[in-house]
Design a binder for this molecule. Sequence first.
Ligand code: CO
Length: 157
Amino acid sequence: MAKILPIIIAPNKILREKSKDINPEDLKKSEMKKLLLDMEKTMLQEDGLGLAAPQIGKNLNIFVINNKGKTLFVINPKITKRSWAKETDQEGCLSIPNTYGDVLRHKKINISYINEKGKKQKLGASNLLARIVQHEYDHINGVLFTDKAENIIVKED
Ligand code: CO
């Protein structure tokens, strides 16, 4: 049913635009349900920890996260709290193949969002999950990890 979507590769202006909130009513539409399931399948197929809608060509405030094998559907997110503590770790991105770099991120964050059923959610995330959320949140704001990364390396395929 769900299909694998082509991933937009940088540089591409779709990756640089600020995405828009979706109307929660639209989550009832089969078209939107299909988009969410296609994004999940694409993320899992490509072995990504997360995938944001601009990466499949849609400037919508939606991302999916692979949280230890369970998919989180994050819609219209707002980061509501960021820890003072930060930490650096290496990141990559499906839209910037073979490229890795060290990114300083908040160690803990809180977000509010709606899930795939349109239900309001709050999530406190730390460490790797907090990092993935911040990376995906950047995507829907037109920011790529390479804008912030140090020690960028390119590995051959
Ligand atoms: Co990315």
